[in-house]
Write a protein that binds this ligand. Structure first.
Ligand SMILES: *[C@@H]1O[C@H](CO)[C@@H](O)[C@H](O)[C@H]1NC(C)=O
Ligand SMILES: *[C@@H]1O[C@H](CO)[C@@H](O)[C@H](O)[C@H]1NC(C)=O
Ligand SMILES: *[C@@H]1O[C@H](CO)[C@@H](O)[C@H](O)[C@H]1NC(C)=O
Ligand SMILES: *[C@@H]1O[C@H](CO)[C@@H](O)[C@H](O)[C@H]1NC(C)=O
Ligand SMILES: *[C@@H]1O[C@H](CO)[C@@H](O)[C@H](O)[C@H]1NC(C)=O
Length: 755
């Protein structure tokens, strides 16, 4: 015992020697059975000790400990219960009404399975079998046993771990939920039955301190929520009776992002949050909405990355915002967290915006606040009073008036709870908004970037042409969701071509893929949309001016002008992130993708897409069963004549005038100077020559013919090889006559621009 006394005396002395009453903590008794710990600042004051356990386990009884100035840990280690990794538990499923749960157990742990049965006379909705998952949630959905009572709404059930009050489900009836024990309720604690038979809000869930949301869950929930904000602001195509109706809403979207960088948040979390924000705002940019952004990092002070007013002054743009974010470094972090500071900053900015745009203009503004924090604020107090003022401003409440429910959709506050220990009770009341989940408990936000990447894959963005994923690791289908492979069997010979999906029923390709007398049943189109890889072809239409022998007498054996065709499929393909049409010139959707505002023209699109006299474009070349993307440079303006001149060296051309063979309807690529282009191969005919504009792809031309076949040599151009592609801007009347035809009921017509 004498030794131990001696030891603590030494510690006390070393503390004094530092000058202040400040000293190091020790690692004595810090071990965790079955896991390990990390320290944020070694054993210095304010260092945080974080416990880690393998998947399916969580640290118990403490998640973290904090090193205090006097060298002792906050939450000192205790003899009992010993610090260990405990197996994850799921909330009690024995809350089922009118049914039974097997096996009946006191507690349910990870991998435990349950089965549900309804009493006779009751039918089941939801999952009859569920498994307790490593994140502390049950798989599937809440099982509900109910009888048809003729009420307006269906029985909403009781989620595991919860208790519900309210047993009548008529129009305007309310049900209320709470969680048993010390579980946390996430979601709507109150739901109201609407006239259409739906319950308001979202089914709540009961979370333990160890329950968290997986990235898939976050992407689905947050994705559908943020998309609602984005798509209600962009024109939506609503298909009614086969006709497309455009619903256009006016308005401005302001997005405010705050990231907690106080010490309790680890450095890694900060970087992950920053990368995730970059991904999120780039993703949002693929919608036709251009939000304004306020982005801050905060601890006890705030660091403004982007000022939203700069967007109003046109001083800030998305690209500069991303650069600023990428370069943002946190220096020495301040101790202390002032969460209210973030909310006060946003309130202030809202007030300034309101002053600028006036009350009427402000009515049209929607606000989305996204906060990354652990909620461990220790300065500035609770942000709730500030939140109240934000709500009053956005909901346009007058003194003491109740919140106006019709204005609730104008404010969404999402909280991404990140950190080793989360203060749910303080954070939950800070969320706001209608519809889906607004509170996310994230175990680690490493995957948040991918989570945000996945948010574009939903129904609401079906209509967005050219949207694609650009990850290298993603499948080729996700990168080129519009690609189609075409094979035409004619009398023993097999012609293979590439095409591009331009709406749910049409594939654009080259006319020369077809021979006279080909029938739709000879044509095979492959698009793997999960409903059968090979599509049945209904018909195909070749450009009326296409005539390969039109200029034989003028010294052009094979004349490829108007080398375009449209193949109509028997059935609509199913749109998903794997299958989606490409954008084509002179449509409203392409203007939206290019962010041309107001009434735009074909000419404007062409100026954006083909503005450089050496315009970099891409095409796909077929390699085995896959494709590779290749770069070319369209020679425009003063570069064009030199480029097309090489057509005279092609076999079968005897004219002296290149323009006889290469009309103005072609784009010319190839050659070695100033850039070495790639040359198309035989099976590449009909494929898209395209350009990416942020997350969207626009097809500007299609592969038609070339002077040399260099594929055996790798497909790199030599000095004289050239390719000629049909410029889609020159064949718009043909495209419009079919794709824009609104005198039919088979497909939703594309909206072509007037001019
Ligand atoms: C260290 O300080 C904390 C509060 O600052 C106090 O609760 C604790 O008792 C102190 N421990 C020792 C060993 O002095
Ligand atoms: C439930 O899980 C616990 C912990 O893994 C295990 O000990 C128990 O045997 C499981 N019960 C059943 C019925 O599978
Ligand atoms: C939408 O905005 C435009 C210009 O900003 C305005 O001319 C038009 O009246 C607005 N439409 C509606 C329905 O508010
Ligand atoms: C950002 O984009 C604008 C046009 O959209 C461009 O003028 C500007 O140079 C770009 N800035 C940077 C840093 O790339
Ligand atoms: C194609 O052009 C040639 C030469 O002008 C003409 O004789 C022939 O009738 C044309 N074919 C079609 C199908 O128009």
């Amino acid at each position: 015992m004498g030794f131990s006394d001696h030891w603590s005396w030494l510690v006390a002395l070393s503390c004094l020697l530092v000058g202040e009453v400040q000293c190091d903590c020790t690692e004595d008794k810090m071990q965790i059975e079955g896991g390990h710990y990390t320290l944020t600042k070694q054993l210095e004051t304010s260092s945080m000790l974080i416990y880690h356990c393998p998947e399916g386990y969580y640290p118990y009884p403490s998640l973290t400990r904090l090193c205090q100035r006097n060298g002792s840990w906050k939450e000192p280690p205790r003899r009992y219960p010993t610090q260990r990794c405990r197996v994850v538990e799921c909330p009690d499923p024995n809350v089922l009404e009118y049914g039974e749960v097997f096996p009946p157990q006191e507690n349910y742990f990870v991998n435990n399975e349950t089965a549900y049965e309804c009493y006779s006379g009751y039918t089941m909705r939801g999952s009859p079998k569920r498994v307790c998952l490593p994140n502390g949630k049950w798989s599937g959905s809440t099982p509900i046993c109910s009888r048809d009572s003729g009420a307006t709404c269906a029985d909403p059930g009781v989620p595991a771990g919860a208790a519900r009050t309210g047993k009548i489900f008529g129009f305007k009836d309310k049900v209320k939920y709470r969680c048993n024990g010390n579980l946390i309720l996430v979601g709507s604690s109150e739901r109201v039955c609407l006239e259409n038979g739906q319950w308001t809000g979202k089914e709540p869930a009961c979370y333990y301190k160890h329950t968290y949301d997986t990235s898939l869950e976050v992407s689905e929930e947050f994705g559908s929520a943020i998309k609602t904000s984005l798509t209600t602001l962009e024109p939506i195509d609503d298909i009614q009776g086969g006709r497309k109706i455009r619903i256009s809403k006016n308005g401005t979207l302001n997005i405010y992002i705050a990231v907690d960088i106080s010490e309790s948040i680890q450095e890694k979390h900060f970087q992950d949050a920053r990368d995730a924000i970059i991904k999120l705002i780039s993703k949002i940019s693929s919608f036709s909405v251009n939000p304004n952004y306020e982005i801050i990092f905060f601890s006890s002070e705030k660091y403004e990355v982007v000022n939203i007013l700069d967007f109003f002054d046109k001083k800030a743009e998305l690209n500069t915002t991303i650069t600023k974010l990428e370069n943002f470094e946190v220096g020495d972090r301040n101790t202390g967290t002032d969460l209210d500071l973030a909310f006060r900053t946003f309130l202030e900015k809202m007030a300034l915006i309101k002053r600028r745009v006036g009350k009427e203009g402000f009515m049209e503004h929607r606000h989305v606040i996204i906060t990354f924090t652990d909620g461990a604020y220790n300065m500035g107090g609770s942000p709730e009073p500030t939140l109240r003022r934000i709500k009053n401003m956005v909901y346009m409440n007058h003194n003491g008036e109740q919140d106006n429910p019709s204005r609730e959709e104008y404010l969404d506050i999402y909280i991404f709870a990140i950190g080793a220990e989360l203060f749910d009770d303080d954070l939950l009341p800070l969320t706001a908004g209608t519809g889906g989940q607004h509170y996310f408990r994230m175990k680690d936000i490493q995957n948040l970037q991918e989570t945000f990447d996945a948010i574009i894959d939903e129904e609401e963005v079906k209509g967005l042409c050219g949207l694609h994923k650009e990850y290298e690791t993603e499948s080729k289908r996700k990168r080129y969701p519009w690609m189609a492979f075409i094979t035409i069997q004619n009398e023993g010979s097999l012609q293979t071509c590439i095409g591009s999906l331009v709406n749910t029923q049409f594939v654009l390709t080259a006319a020369h893929c077809f021979k006279f007398g080909d029938l739709p049943e000879n044509v095979k189109v492959e698009i793997d949309d999960g409903q059968g890889r090979v599509k049945i072809v209904k018909t195909f239409k070749i450009h009326p001016n296409y005539n390969i022998s039109a200029k034989v007498k003028e010294g052009v054996n094979e004349f490829y002008d108007y080398d375009v065709a449209l193949i109509q499929l028997e059935k609509d393909v199913r749109i998903s992130s794997d299958v989606r049409p490409i954008c084509i010139p002179c449509t409203q959707e392409t203007s939206d993708a290019l962010k041309l505002v107001g009434e735009s023209t074909c000419k404007q699109q062409e100026q954006v897409l083909l503005k450089n006299h050496l315009e970099k474009l891409s095409f796909l070349t077929k390699k085995a069963n896959s494709v590779e993307e290749k770069d070319v440079h369209a020679k425009l303006g003063e570069n064009r004549d030199e480029c097309i001149r090489h057509a005279l060296q092609a076999p079968g051309i005897t004219t002296n005038d290149a323009k006889v063979a290469v009309t103005d309807n072609f784009l010319c690529t190839g050659g070695k100077t100033p850039f070495r282009d790639h040359i198309t191969c035989k099976g590449d005919s009909g494929g898209a020559v395209f350009k990416n504009y942020e997350q969207r792809t626009v097809q500007v031309a299609l592969v038609s013919w070339g002077t040399k076949d260099l594929c055996k040599l790798g497909g790199d151009s030599d000095e004289t090889s050239r390719d000629f592609h049909i410029n889609l801007f020159r064949v718009v009347p043909f495209l419009k006559s079919i794709l824009g035809n609104d005198n039919q009921n088979d497909y939703a017509p594309l909206q072509f621009l007037q001019n």
